[in-house]
Design a protein around this ligand. Structure first.
Ligand code: B12
Length: 213
């Protein structure tokens, strides 16, 4: 469990760039068998949202935000032995940030949820051009594709992506998510068949578990 004391200590070290201390905190939590989603949401996500608020209110510089981001991404790799040790089912998902979207931590977490639940989660990272995505879908023939977007001004890019993928693959299941939808756009998913909006890792995991039963 992540107490307020642990969280505050972590945030202080994250913002001051003390990667080694952050690593120690994460490793201690892992030794105590912390649930990966608990770690992702209540440590990594909460601290990065707070970093965003601090950046927006000029309490920290862009450089400090970049440092916190890079520390967070490096700490996520510590958990990978636990994620990739699961038995796989042969199901495949592609997880990507849409074109012009440069926030990748949330999408990476989504890819990890697929792996934890026995899927191959092909994580393409940020800013994937539409045509390259379509080519990749052709190669991997996934059961599902996930699109992540964090900035609201990328909503039009999402529509372009959905149109392009739908015209090539009318039946392919698509999940969209990310904090861009805090500012609107959830209804977009409803205008396409087989497209759903999911906002949390818990709901995503429930959906994957239902599929396995
Ligand atoms: C780090 C960061 C960056 C980094 C990202 C680097 C990287 N390697 O990812 C960089 C420097 C690139 C960046 C750039 C910008 N950023 Co920025 N950034 C952030 C920050 C501080 C943290 C992002 C993060 O990692 N969050 C933690 C993750 C875990 O949370 P998450 O993304 O929400 O993901 C969770 C869920 O949403 C969900 N989820 C996410 N995707 C998906 C997909 C599916 C399918 C599902 C089911 C679920 C799901 O699951 C995750 C786990 O719960 C946020 C602050 C914030 N509130 O997040 C601002 C923030 C997102 N950025 C913002 C802005 C404005 C920008 C810039 C426009 C700034 C500028 N002027 O240049 C650019 C835009 C670049 C672009 N075109 O994408 C705003 C967006 C506001 C808005 N109204 O849209 C925010 C909210 C900051 C703020 N408070 O204003 N940024």
């Amino acid at each position: 469990m992540i107490t307020k004391e642990i969280y505050d200590q972590y945030l202080e070290n994250l913002v001051s760039g003390n990667r080694n201390k952050c690593r120690e905190i994460v490793e201690t939590l892992m030794k105590a068998n912390i649930d990966i989603k608990d770690l992702y949401i209540n440590l990594f996500q909460t601290s990065m949202y707070q970093v965003g608020d601090m950046w927006e209110s000029n309490q920290i510089s862009v450089a400090t935000e970049h440092l916190a981001t890079s520390i967070t991404e490096s700490l996520m790799t510590l958990i990978y032995p636990n994620i990739f040790s699961k038995e796989h089912t042969g199901k495949r998902a592609i997880i990507t940030c849409i074109a012009n979207e440069f926030h990748q931590i949330g999408a990476r977490m989504v890819a990890d949820i697929f792996e934890i639940n026995g899927w191959d989660g092909y994580f393409l990272g940020t800013n994937t051009p539409i045509q390259d995505l379509i080519n990749f879908i052709e190669i991997k023939n996934p059961d599902l594709v996930c699109f992540s977007l964090s900035v609201y001004f990328n909503i039009n890019e999402l529509i372009k992506t959905l149109e392009a993928v739908r015209s090539q693959y009318p039946k392919l299941r698509i999940i969209v998510g990310g904090q861009a939808f805090r500012w609107g756009g959830k209804e977009i998913a409803e205008t396409y068949t087989n497209v759903v909006y999911i906002d949390t890792l818990d709901k995503l995991e429930n959906l994957l578990k239902e599929e396995m039963n």
